[in-house]
Design a binder for this molecule. Structure first.
Ligand code: UD1
Length: 418
């Protein structure tokens, strides 16, 4: 197992290229199952979650071929409909295969994902609405068994705008005759990207990006080449690192409008940020404390809460961060405290008393975004930090140590036993 050793404080400079979004490519990879013709995906990020999804697709019968930066998937021969516990337990997004398998072959057997580090994370919105579409759902021996090919076009008002449920239902409806309507749908840029991908294959999805998505059934799909959007969460993480170290850097390969709420919040705190068409330029800034609450898009993303907390720890004064999406997403707090942060937790709010300088320490990663917060904090902290269990980071941050080193950070990736 590897660990990161970061020596700080660092001054960053230059530019960093953001990878294509993991959270866009995971549902897009699942949507490949809808097609019976080849799909060519450009610049899939080298990440553990993406490899897990490719393994799952291969288990289902999809042929995968990699040539330079293009991954060709041939889903013409789906020979299996099982997503095993072994795979699903390592990546909840495996549940995305439920909708497309139902639509394509009329059956799916997918392990229940169970809880995870950040909360119980039920999938009732996925299952209840698939039932409303006419699917028969049985839960047995820890597996969801879903059957029925000819789904009905119905109205599906979601009780909460779940990202994953919106994506699963959108995929399930691609061949359903008539128009399926998802109301109170999630509006994240990754939802729009999935709709664009389905439409590029010949599907008919309108309204993605609003809270009402309409999917009109088509009979077949076609061969397509596609490239997903840039990773807004990765981009925001580097923006935080730039601000925390009072540095001037450019974050490239990201549409600033996908981070509008975050960038507006940072500007209201005094951040000196310039939007390019496909980049964000970060300049040295004097920041004020903040009061933030996570919300579904277009609100402040829960996936940037931990990194934002790390930033607030370095701003003198009192900040408050409230987590309103997940029930247990403060695993980074005790670890940030080891780096000298002063944070009080009350219910789902964190009260932060910021100070200008954190100090390096050994810390442990607990989940993906919590780990990113520890990394940016270590980059800014004075002294040496050792960040252990970085397999969490490898799920979602492509070449993190190399990208940080490219910005001038003193970072090494070494075996944990060294
Ligand atoms: C996706 C993202 C994840 C992000 C989250 C919220 C991917 C692969 N993952 O996760 O990085 O943190 O959106 O922006 O895109 N819920 C239910 N029942 C359901 C589904 C969800 O109660 O059937 C609850 C969850 O427990 C959670 C909230 O709704 O409290 C949001 O979950 P959801 O939007 O579904 O997140 P994911 O799609 O799992």
């Amino acid at each position: 197992m590897d660990k990161l050793i970061i020596e700080g404080p660092n001054k960053l400079s230059g530019s960093v290229k953001i990878s294509r979004a993991k959270n866009a490519y995971l549902p897009i990879l699942a949507a490949v199952l809808l097609n019976d013709k080849p799909v060519h995906l450009k610049n899939l990020p080298e990440l553990r979650d993406i490899r897990t999804m490719l393994t799952l697709l291969q288990n289902l019968g999809v042929r995968v071929d990699q040539k330079e930066n293009v991954t060709t998937l041939d889903p013409s021969n789906i020979s299996n409909h099982l997503a095993t516990y072994e795979l699903v337990k390592t990546m909840r997004a495996s549940i995305f295969v439920l909708g497309p398998l139902l639509a394509r072959i009329g059956k799916a057997r997918v392990s229940l994902p169970g809880g995870c580090a950040i909360g119980t994370r039920p999938i009732d919105i996925h299952l209840d609405n698939l039932e409303k579409m006419g699917a028969e759902i049985v839960i047995e021996n820890g597996y969801v068994e879903a059957t029925k090919r000819n789904l009905k076009a119905v109205h599906l008002p979601l009780k909460f705008p779940s990202v994953g449920a919106t994506e699963n239902l959108m995929m399930a409806a691609v061949f359903t005759p008539g128009t399926t309507v998802i109301e109170n749908s999630a509006r994240e840029p990754e939802i729009v990207d999935l709709a664009n991908f389905i439409n590029a294959m010949g599907g008919k999805v309108v309204g993605a990006g609003t809270s009402k998505i309409e999917i009109t059934g088509v009979n077949e799909l076609k061969e397509v080449e596609y490239e997903a959007i840039g990773d807004r969460i990765e981009a925001a993480t580097y923006v935080m690192a730039g601000l925390m170290t009072n540095s001037e850097i450019t974050v490239e390969g990201i549409k600033p409008q996908h981070l509008e709420f975050v960038l507006d919040t940072l500007r209201s705190m005094g951040a000196n940020l310039e939007d390019g068409e496909n980049s964000i330029h970060v300049k040295p800034s004097q920041l004020k404390p903040a009061k933030i609450e996570t919300q579904p898009y277009p609100g402040f993303p829960t996936d940037i809460q931990a990194q934002m907390m790390a930033l607030c720890c370095t701003i003198p004064g009192h900040s408050i961060i409230t987590e309103a999406i997940f029930e247990n997403r403060f695993m980074h707090v005790p670890e940030l405290s080891r780096l000298g942060a002063k944070i009080d937790l009350k219910g789902n709010s964190a009260f932060i008393e910021g100070s200008e300088q954190l100090s390096g320490a050994p810390v442990m990663c607990t989940d993906l975004r919590a780990s990113a917060a520890l990394v940016v904090a270590a980059v800014a902290a004075k002294g040496k930090s050792e960040i252990r269990r970085i397999y969490h980071l490898d799920r979602g941050y492509e070449r993190l140590d190399q990208k940080l080193a490219g910005l001038g950070v003193k970072v090494q990736r070494v075996n944990e036993n060294m």
